[in-house]
Write a protein that binds this ligand. Structure first.
Ligand code: G6P
Length: 610
């Protein structure tokens, strides 16, 4: 959601800004712009639409040995338009600001500034910041920014430049990510790592309330009181190639294919002999004995991973698990019910989702110890949680998650195994068998990927659908929540998930001749029940595509129109394999429809506002 890049150094600033912004496209945006200093003036170029439009406007322009800030905007206050695009300026146009986040008290501040004769041109909350910093400007940009941010309520990551100080950028952060890239004779700011990787892997992670002054050979960081803050250097362990398609048509399909590797790394970095080592999250036998329940809180696909976690933890470790979406949890009235004897887990691929961060803080304020499962080392969630389990998915660029989600699910399976072992609900033999099944997953996922053609063919026949249903029971239902979401977000086909037993309570009214019903049936104990549900929708004309393990195919063949086959594995682990065909189905459907697969409309990868 919104992207910021800023550069101070000798290079031509425009390719650095445009290149950096292109690496942040995945965050979601609808307009883009840059500000840079050239010919003794603040140059602002911005426009609605894709970065290519901005690139075209800037073609042929060179601006070396100067400073610049760039922005991709995901509209919140005011429609996507040239004028609402960032950077925003003061009335004289000699001060420029880019901003991520939401200034919640912008209306009050705007009124106050208007009372002083200041004229606004956009509908954005950000423009307030430009006028406010200018209002306090008395020759020192850092002091002006520090005074201005004290007036702001809400969230912000800011990059600010002033024509009178043409060799420095001032940055500030509160509840919205911002990192500072440390180069040789050049420094950068960015809202996320991919924008920096071409230049440096060494960064400072700005903390809430801090303000930074960036010049080409120095970065000074100040706390909210104006004192110099000592920062530790953080080194990004991702590679610039991860932010490239590497021959694939889309990041989405590349990342779907990276899942066997991501799963292998996520598991094997924790295997010590035949034991899963979760010492990183301090789950000790003593802690486990005292646990009454587990809360899992997350958003989007991470929430779906949490629901899978509920099924597996309850089955394997016999501990009740409550799963909540973060935006609901944080506002539970009068406050969320939490006991200090509960284990609290937040899940977030990006580690920057605003509602999940708020839920984490809420839980900590109630005395809970928070365990995070996240993909991004150095992210806010990774830093604020009491303990963190990092998925090893690698950088995920496509807005719709695949490897991020599946490695979260795997982490929860690992947590379940350890909880089960420590509580004695898994005996030694069962634990060993469980671990062996986890180890089989990467190879079996490869096998599932090899069967992609049949999924592609199915998508080629159904991409004009307007409505589809995804059903399953138990963990299959949890998996279908994600399967349905993939189709919806990638192809814009309306799809709904239902616990198969719930169909009769309403949704069956929507089944017509040829309505596609995807039925996942990996839980052998529930197979007959699911077959009954398939018969019910078939009787009403549905076209049923079932999916199950090889050894169960015969039980479904008579009733389903098509059966997609998964390799045999213990039922407990089969839903993990089933994730892949549904990701592929969403992907191919979107491709046949001509959708923007990596950047679906209206969506953002990292939702940094609530
Ligand atoms: C957005 C993304 C989803 C993601 C969700 C939660 O909606 O498009 O793919 O599942 O945010 O993101 P997080 O980074 O917290 O996992």
């Amino acid at each position: 959601m919104c992207g910021i890049v800023g550069y101070v150094g000798k290079r031509d600033v425009l390719p650095v800004l445009l290149g950096g912004l292109s690496k942040l496209e995945y965050r979601g945006y609808d307009s883009a712009g840059v500000a840079y200093i050239a010919d003794g003036a603040m140059q602002i170029v911005k426009c609605k639409g894709r970065l290519a439009n901005l690139q075209e406007k800037l073609s042929g322009t060179v601006a070396e040995n100067t400073i610049g800030i760039g922005h991709t905007r995901w509209a919140t206050h005011g429609e996507p338009s040239d004028v609402n695009s960032h950077p925003h300026t003061n009335m004289a146009g000699d001060l420029a600001v880019v901003h991520n986040g939401i200034i919640e008290n912008f209306a009050k501040l705007k009124q106050w500034l208007q009372g002083k004769g200041i004229h606004f041109v956009s509908e954005t909350d950000t423009e307030v910041v430009a006028h406010l910093v200018n209002y306090y400007y008395e020759g020192d940009l850092k002091s002006a920014v520090m005074r201005a941010v004290k007036m702001l309520e809400g969230s912000y990551a800011l990059g600010v430049m002033n024509i009178n100080e043409p060799h420095r950028i001032v940055a500030a952060r509160k509840d919205s990510p911002l990192v500072i890239g440390l180069g040789q004779g050049e420094n950068l700011i960015a809202s996320d790592f991919p924008a920096l990787l071409e230049y440096t892997k060494d960064v400072y992670l700005l903390d809430d309330g801090e303000v930074a002054v960036i010049t080409e050979d120095a970065v000074e960081i100040y706390d909210a009181y104006g004192n110099r803050a000592e920062k530790e250097k953080f080194t990004i362990d991702w590679d610039v190639t991860q932010a490239e398609k590497g021959g694939w048509e889309h990041f989405m399909i590349k990342e779907i294919h990276e899942q066997p590797r991501a799963m292998y790394d996520t598991l094997m970095t924790r295997m010590r002999g035949n034991r899963i080592d979760l010492s990183e999250i301090n789950i000790t036998e003593e802690l486990i004995k005292g646990i009454r329940g587990i809360h899992i809180v997350a958003c989007g696909s991470a929430y779906h991973a949490g629901i899978m976690g509920k099924y597996v933890i309850e089955q394997v470790a016999r501990i009740p698990v409550n799963v909540d979406v973060a935006s609901e949890f944080r506002y539970r009235m009068p406050s969320p019910l939490l006991s200090k004897d509960d284990l609290f887990i937040v899940i977030s691929q990006s580690g920057e989702t605003a509602d999940t961060i708020a839920a984490l803080r809420e839980a900590q304020s109630k005395g809970a110890k928070v365990i995070a499962i996240t993909n991004v080392k150095g992210s806010t969630i990774s830093r604020e949680a009491d303990a963190t389990m990092h998925t090893q998915a690698g950088m995920e660029i496509a807005v719709a998650t695949s490897k991020g989600y599946l490695t979260q699910v795997l982490c929860l399976y690992m947590v379940a195994a350890e909880l089960g072992r420590m509580r004695g609900t898994l005996d030694e033999a069962q634990y060993t068998a469980y671990v062996e099944n986890l180890k089989k997953l990467p190879a079996l996922l490869e096998q599932v990927l090899e069967g992609k053609e049949i999924v592609q063919q199915l998508a080629s026949k159904r991409f004009m659908d307007v409505n589809e249903f995804f059903i399953g029971r138990g963990a299959d239902h949890a998996l279908m929540m994600e399967g349905s979401l993939k189709l919806k977000e990638l192809s814009y086909i309306h799809s709904e998930t239902y616990a198969a037993g719930e169909l009769k309570h309403g949704p069956i009214a929507l089944i017509e001749k040829n309505t596609l019903v995807m039925a996942l049936a990996t839980q052998t104990a529930l197979l007959e029940k699911l077959v009954s549900n398939i018969k019910e929708v078939k009787a009403r004309g549905a076209f049923v595509v079932a999916m199950t393990q090889q050894s169960n195919v015969a039980a479904l063949e008579k009733d389903a129109d098509l059966v997609l086959t998964l390799p045999d594995i213990d039922d407990l682990f089969a839903p993990i394999l089933a994730a892949v065909p549904y990701q592929l189905y969403g992907y191919y459907t979107a491709v046949f429809k001509g959708c923007d697969v990596d950047k679906p409309r209206n969506l953002a990868k990292s939702v940094t506002v609530e």
